[in-house]
Design a protein around this ligand. Structure first.
Ligand code: SF4
Length: 279
């Protein structure tokens, strides 16, 4: 690519990996004029916005907010209340991918630029789902190229002074409050910390079920069932058991060893999540 006609872009999700990548690029490639962007689904946790504000301060330049044309609930209606799921992820396309493609097309590609898009896949990850190579968009993976793994990401965040986003205490990903990629214990965390968001998700689910749609947000049970005290106690007990076993076998790689943040991926296995929403 001819450098004079190249734009550099880096998508932020509010998660640890893309945040660390932005810090890494700013510190190691200050010569590159990178556009940092965040595509707002309108359904993110307040903590994600707080973290992005802090990150913006560190980067020393504004993070561009891309707005989808319509919000999640508009598209939900368009899909006849059909909740998105890991196998029918219409939300990512409408709320994340399309706004990004429209933005780079209009502002850069139509003006004769090629685009380099920096993506935070770590050296210890193997999946590539959601990575798109297009004629005018080159995907660059600096963490893969420089052998930076999860521990490296944590070090970058700690050294910057930002640390991990606070929601990692109870949830392993950024993205919509009601994201179907959540584990049971994360739904319990949402109920306890953001009960209004849990209620909102429950309402959407009820409308979907009343309309004859077969899916619930969380596998094999409705949120109404999941929030029953005996079910919550069971989910918490299962989680504690898993944690104790993994700790004993030293299978948990603490995210923050001093105050007990653990990585749910270590406990429950890595998911093939959406790169645009959760990195
Ligand atoms: S965070 Fe989850 S629910 Fe929200 S757009 Fe992404 S995949 Fe869909």
């Amino acid at each position: 690519m001819n450098d004079e006609k190249v734009k550099h872009v880096l998508g932020l999700s509010g998660g640890k990996d893309s945040s660390a990548l932005a810090i890494y690029m700013r510190d190691n490639h200050p010569d590159l004029d990178i556009e940092y962007f965040f595509t707002d689904t309108g359904e993110e946790l307040a903590e994600v916005h707080e973290y992005l504000n802090m990150l913006e301060g560190y980067l020393g330049k504004p993070i561009r907010f891309l707005d989808p044309e319509r919000d999640f609930k508009f598209y939900l209606k368009q899909h006849n209340d059909f909740l998105p799921s890991a196998t029918a992820r219409w939300c990512t396309v409408r709320l994340k991918l399309k706004p990004f493609e429209d933005w780079v097309q209009k502002e850069f590609i139509d003006q004769g630029y090629k685009v380099k898009s920096y993506v935070a896949i770590r050296a210890d990850e193997s999946f590539r789902e959601g990575l798109q190579s297009k004629k005018d968009i080159e995907t660059v993976l600096p963490f893969m190229e420089n052998h930076i793994d999860k521990q490296g990401v944590i070090e970058i965040l700690e050294n910057s002074g930002l640390g991990l986003p606070s929601y990692y205490e109870w949830r392993s990903r950024s993205g919509c409050t009601f994201c179907f990629f959540q584990r049971k214990i994360e739904w319990v965390g949402l109920l306890e910390r953001h009960p209004e968001a849990f209620e909102d998700a429950k309402r959407m689910e009820k409308t979907a079920l009343d309309s004859g749609m077969p899916f619930t947000w969380s596998e094999s049970e409705s949120l109404e069932e999941l929030q029953k005290p005996e079910r919550i106690a069971q989910i918490k007990a299962d989680h504690e058991k898993k944690l104790a076993l993994a700790t004993k076998k030293k299978k948990v790689n603490p995210l923050r060893p001093n105050d007990g943040f653990v990585d749910f991926d270590d406990l429950y296995g890595q998911q093939k999540v959406c790169l645009a929403c959760h990195k």
